[in-house]
Design a binder for this molecule. Structure first.
Ligand code: ADP
Ligand code: MG
Length: 356
């Protein structure tokens, strides 16, 4: 952004959106977007116009991020918030096995928002877009009377035969997760308790990496039968697969891969283990695969330098979701997608907006 276009800062404080206006802001965003020949018309017309891979099906996903519901301004910097707004949506394309292509960004912005903050937000958002080779093609911008409101739509594509839906799991298959889990939940827990998370832990919470390469490879090689991204926590998200696939499962929580930082934290605070395991926002992938694919998965894991860890087995539906705890004791539980599931130790469920 060149300094000549920056409105003068008032003596009393930083330049705000009020000084630039809606179209000034949109023009700034437009200038920052990297050109993409697949986007025939991007920001500036009534609709964006984009090309689409012949013979593939369209994937579309949308997520809302609302101030004080999904994020607190004092807990996340604006660069990270921009990054995360794109990441949580791209993660949904990864979870279907697709290729992410285009984004649209809806913003509701309080008029007193500082331009430097919006610049940082767009920098974070567009940095991830460039990393993942996806293009911001349009959006909508409004004033908000209370809090920042971010709505991102991502579109992608996939050959229909390669789709990895939640409904594809069958008994006998192995349940895998990518990467390590729990860091994001640990960061949130520490922030809520007034503690300062270690830098590596805070980064996992603020700047998740959507696993697009992994999702695409699993789908293209036909390795995953069902897949979901871990946004609500492993129990809740596995519950979604079990519900859609009409299956049960056994999850061995001793096998859930935790980062070195999380493990070291738990040595001092072992009582936080259940919260770390059930916490969400890891944005890793959980998928099911036939036991015969073990070798292929090991090769893919080495190629991507990303751990793929078996954490359980798919069972017939009547078995429900049972889990083995830290001490090797087996517990039975309802899948937390079940309407009767309560937010107690036995359900280990994820976040639900309209539940008390
Ligand atoms: P319309 O009146 O047709 O909704 P707008 O004046 O809202 O158009 O937007 C003008 C152009 O800027 C459109 O191409 C729209 O897609 C784009 N746009 C608006 N807000 C954003 C945003 N936050 N990010 C990216 N593009 C945006
Ligand atoms: Mg508009």
């Amino acid at each position: 952004m060149d300094n000549n276009t920056r409105p003068p800062k008032k003596e009393t404080g930083a330049a705000t959106l009020a000084a630039l206006g809606e179209f000034g802001l949109i023009e700034r965003i437009r200038q920052r977007v990297r050109a993409n020949p697949a986007v025939l018309t991007g920001i500036g017309d009534d609709c964006s116009v984009c090309t689409f891979p012949a013979g593939e099906v369209l994937l579309t996903t949308k997520d809302l991020l609302l101030e004080d519901i999904h994020f607190r301004r004092e807990w996340i910097d604006m660069y990270s918030l921009g990054w995360k707004s794109a990441a949580v949506n791209l993660s949904d394309i990864a979870a279907m096995g697709g290729t992410a292509l285009y984004l649209h960004l809806g913003l509701g912005i309080p008029a007193q928002t500082e331009l430097d903050d919006l610049e940082a937000f767009m920098h974070g958002f567009l940095s991830l877009c460039e990393q993942e080779n996806v293009t911001l093609c349009g959006g909508d911008t409004c004033r908000s009377v209370q809090g920042l409101c971010i709505s991102v739509t991502v579109q992608g594509s996939i050959p229909q035969a390669e789709l990895c839906e939640r409904s594809g799991a069958t008994p006998g298959e192995v349940i895998y997760v990518s990467g390590t889990l729990g860091d994001s939940a640990l960061a949130l827990l520490q922030l809520q308790e007034g503690e300062t998370p270690a830098a590596s832990i805070a980064l996992r919470h603020n700047r998740p990496q959507p696993r697009l390469q992994l999702g695409r490879a699993l789908a293209a090689q036909g390795l995953a039968s069902a897949m979901i991204d871990l946004s609500d926590g492993i129990f809740a998200d596995l519950g979604h697969i079990l519900e859609r696939s009409a299956c049960g499962a056994e999850l061995d929580t001793r096998l859930i891969p935790l980062s070195a930082a999380a493990r070291s934290h738990l040595r001092h605070q072992p009582q936080r283990r259940p919260q770390l395991l059930r916490g969400g926002e890891d944005y890793e992938l959980l998928f099911t695969a036939s036991a015969a694919q073990q070798q292929h998965l090991a090769q893919l894991s080495a190629k991507l330098a990303l751990p793929l860890t078996a954490v359980g087995t798919i069972l017939p539906a009547p078995e429900g979701l049972r889990y083995i705890d830290h001490d090797g004791v087996t517990h039975t539980t309802k899948p937390s997608a079940h309407p009767d599931a309560k937010a107690d130790e036995s359900s280990l469920g994820g976040f639900n907006h309209f539940r008390a």
